[in-house]
Write a protein that binds this ligand. Structure first.
Ligand SMILES: *Cc1c(COP(=O)(O)O)cnc(C)c1O
Length: 218
């Protein structure tokens, strides 16, 4: 099933769109099955769960942290994480930089923008993102590199609303790219909305339930 789901999704993706298989809550057997089908990028939203899976699975997997970050846990993933999607504070960047330095690494990060109308979603305002990217303090953080932006749309069937939210982030991304050559990745789109995200310029989608099936949070 997992293999088939992966193949079906990949068959529809444009070449420039990267698929992150979101495996949070799923057992390592399921990840191994996706791995055997060729998947190499996995997304998790809890640092400890990701670190446990990292220990058990092949080392050529690229691990993406897609969840909201607690600074005090960054140290548990600093030695292996490939990309951190959900950075929404400058102080978190400082902590990632500090931990990355200990391992002599440069950790790639995305700044999370708030595009949804729901209050529950995390993220920086567009102004805050511009300020961080322009700030002098950022230049001191040589062990991190901001390589793009991430956003989560409102949980809705209203396609117009989704188009509006994704295109607003795409516009910001295009505007910032002119001064920031490092910005290459626009992470937006999940199982329910990734087609619309791609229509609006997404280069990286984070898909969980359409690959692994529904999650069970008990
Ligand atoms: C869980 C999660 C996803 C995947 O959601 P699905 O609807 O299962 O595809 C994508 N992005 C983030 C940030 C998530 O937490």
């Amino acid at each position: 099933m997992i293999q088939e789901n992966l193949q079906n999704i990949k068959a529809t993706l444009p070449k420039n769109v990267t698929l992150v298989a979101v495996s949070k809550t799923k057992p390592v057997e399921d990840l191994q099955e996706a791995y055997n089908a060729g998947q190499r990028i996995f997304g998790e939203n809890r640092i400890q769960e990701m670190a446990e899976k990292y220990e058990l699975l092949p080392k050529d997997i690229k691990w993406h942290m897609i969840g909201h970050l607690q600074s005090n846990k960054v140290k548990y993933m600093a030695h292996f994480v490939d990309l951190i999607h959900g950075v929404d504070k400058f102080s978190t960047l400082k902590e990632i930089n500090k931990q990355a330095k200990k391992h002599d690494r440069v950790i790639h990060c995305l700044l999370q923008a708030k595009i949804a109308e729901e209050d529950s979603k995390f993220g920086l305002s567009f102004d805050e993102i511009e300020n961080i990217l322009a700030s002098e303090k950022l230049k001191d953080l040589v062990n991190i590199k901001i390589v793009g932006l991430m956003g989560m749309a409102t949980f809705t069937d209203d396609k117009q609303q989704l188009h509006k939210e994704f295109s607003s982030l795409k516009n910001l991304f295009d505007k910032l790219k002119t001064d920031n050559q490092n910005l290459k990745t626009l992470s937006m789109g999940m199982s329910g909305d990734y087609q619309i995200a791609i229509e609006n310029g997404s280069t990286m989608i984070r898909v969980g339930s359409s690959i692994f099936g529904k999650r069970n949070y008990n």
